[in-house]
Design a protein around this ligand. Sequence first.
Ligand code: PLP
Length: 391
Amino acid sequence: MLRLSDRLEGLSSSLTLDMTARANALKKKGIEIVNFAAGEPDFPTPPFIRQATVRALEEGFTRYTPSTGIPELKEAIVDKFKRDNQISYTPSQIVVSCGAKHSLYNLLQVLCNKGDEVLFGSPYWVSYPELVRLAGGIPVMAPTEANHSFRLTRKEIERHWTPKTKVLILNSPANPTGSVYDKKELEEIADLALLRNLFVISDEIYEKLIFDGKKHYAIASFGKEIMERTATVNGVSKAYAMTGFRIGYCGAPLEIAEAVGKLQSHSTSNPTSLSQKAALAALTGDQSDVTQMAREFEKRRDRLYNGLKDLQGLKPIRPEGAFYIFCDVSSFGLSSSELANRFLDEARVATIPGEGFGMEGYLRFSFATSQEKIDEGLRNIAQWVKQFDRH
Ligand SMILES: Cc1ncc(COP(=O)(O)O)c(C=O)c1O
């Protein structure tokens, strides 16, 4: 039999995609499912962005582009970083890639040597450990506390630091917990990163989905020194409901950006030409759709959080951003996969088991679904919980 590369050994497929596939299979059979598993906004891409894509196509913008992105999009990203995050990058420090996931992949590939440790908080986004392993690095997960909204602290980073720690990944607002770091916490982490010579990858893909009047802080904005040791990753997927366009980007120190550009030139060549025009429209156009979507997400957050809180045995952690609620379900005495499967089969509700995020005993509920569907899902779970108690 053909032997696959050692790189692939032990690489797991995405648990979030597995659950979605199971839910879709049931739906195909005509079974009505409430989808709390979605990892993408359910809103349509705003019309002006779709129109810009069609225009680009009709104008014949269908050729290769510069590998790191078209100049006008890179300019728009420079402006975005300045306007929203108070970071001053030059266009040559920007690389546009095929989604923020691709930006993260590229960065880890250019930063990691075999055996380098990459530290991040647990629970974590499913892809971090695998992206690190693919780059030859060793993922180091630092546990976080539910009663601290799962935010990584300077102390926990220090506890898990070793002389081999090279990179720290931060994610605020976070998937799967919706936690948002405040300024002081990030400043403490920035200090430590400088002290320990860490390179920071700051994944800010959920920046625009933030609630309760909270403010997003970009760690690279805290001064020249930390900016020189940080790559800021963002994209259009979540803010503009553009997951299928596959456009993400990073701003990084010149040497890193050039290395990412070199790597990308030999892998994907360039991000899709049409999607780059769409992202340009998104970043330079009217931002009111973003505000509106964020407002609707906040209403849904309240509805789902309040509903889950009232159910016996479920302990949701209140998120301040993104579109997920991480919920303690350990009281049922089942593994998170078992419970997610039973919720799907018996309550017709799709969720993602915490196991994939490094956290047994939890389920991730996404509120990228309508308020009516949230109510229906809550009713189904309430019914299930009642019957479970009777066993
Ligand atoms: C924390 C986090 N980072 C990055 C991404 C990647 O987003 P994309 O590749 O669609 O830009 C996701 C998507 O689910 C995410 O949850």
